[in-house]
Design a protein. Structure first.
Ligand SMILES: NC(=O)c1ccc[n+]([C@@H]2O[C@H](COP(=O)([O-])OP(=O)(O)OC[C@H]3O[C@@H](n4cnc5c(N)ncnc54)[C@H](OP(=O)(O)O)[C@@H]3O)[C@@H](O)[C@H]2O)c1
Length: 250
């Protein structure tokens, strides 16, 4: 099956490293032009340069997705550069704490919910308004296996369960405008974000015991799924949660 994103414009948040970078590069390889977003511009420019080296267009926008004014900047710059937005990958997220539910603080709650859920929703809302003007588009919200099974990151898990519902709401309410929305839920993936988990031999063993396919995911596993969900090959799929987790959730 050949998947093409030729002529499409995609915004990918958290594209300076890890899963977001892999998704941005795979989308470019499939023909899309990109808006790559994260807070720190230096690594982001490297992603943009790799995309341009493939012959695609890319702009790098430094933005904190937890801030509404930064969200407005991202959408304005995308419109200015390309005149439209076809694909949004809401990938940036945070988890600054390993506290248990008994020890969790409201400060951690605010920081996690602000980016993982509020920023994700309001970026999607701003992009959906542009997609509506141009006949539709595709939203991919990156959640986690932790959004369907509680794990050792309690507030993060709650935020990701919220992401799963946000996707269903978007899919239902924006379908009349030609917008599809799906959730991509990674299992343990080899990135900086989760190194404290897969890098810990005891936790690594628990993950392996629970994962039928017996490996940690590579960011490329997520990129392959994201390109399918962004493409016309998934044109009748909306509101679904794709668990790319080697079977961990079962
Ligand atoms: N890795 C895993 O095992 C795993 C498992 C399940 C789900 N996930 C999910 O997959 C997604 C990507 O995770 P990852 O592992 O690739 O993480 P990562 O390697 O830590 O990358 C996170 C990216 O998000 C950006 N970012 C962080 N805070 C931001 C903010 N406030 N505004 C804009 N950008 C921000 C970072 O760049 P800057 O620092 O420059 O902002 C970076 O580009 C997340 O939604 C995560 O919850 C990951």
């Amino acid at each position: 099956m050949e998947i093409s994103l030729k002529g499409k414009v995609a915004i990918v948040t958290g594209a300076s490293r890890g899963i977001g970078k892999a998704i941005a590069l795979e989308m470019a390889k499939s023909g899309a032009d990109l808006v790559v977003v994260s807070r720190k511009i230096a690594d982001l420019e490297k992603t943009a340069d790799e995309i341009k080296a493939m012959g695609r267009k890319a702009i790098a926008v430094a933005a904190h997705i937890g801030r509404l004014e930064d969200i407005a900047t991202v959408v304005a710059k995308a419109k200015e550069a390309y005149g439209k937005i076809d694909i949004l990958v809401n990938n940036a997220a945070t988890n600054p704490t390993m506290d248990s539910a008994l020890d969790a603080t409201d400060r951690a709650w605010d920081s996690i919910m602000n980016l993982n859920l509020k920023g994700l929703f309001f970026l999607a809302q701003a992009v959906a308004k542009v997609m509506k003007e141009h006949g539709g588009g595709v939203i991919i919200n990156v959640s986690s296996v932790a959004g369907v099974t509680p794990d050792i990151l309690p507030i993060y898990s709650i935020s990701k369960a919220g992401v799963n519902m946000a996707t269903k709401v978007m899919a239902q309410q924006w379908a009349p405008y030609g917008i599809r929305a799906n959730t991509l839920s990674p299992g343990q993936t080899k990135t900086q974000f989760s190194e404290a988990l897969w890098g810990n031999p005891d936790i690594y063993k628990v993950i392996m015991d629970r994962t039928p396919l017996k490996r940690i995911a590579d960011p490329q596993d997520m990129a392959n799924a994201a390109v399918f969900l962004a493409s016309d090959k998934s044109s009748f799929i909306t509101g679904q949660n794709f668990l790319v987790d080697g079977g961990l959730s079962i």
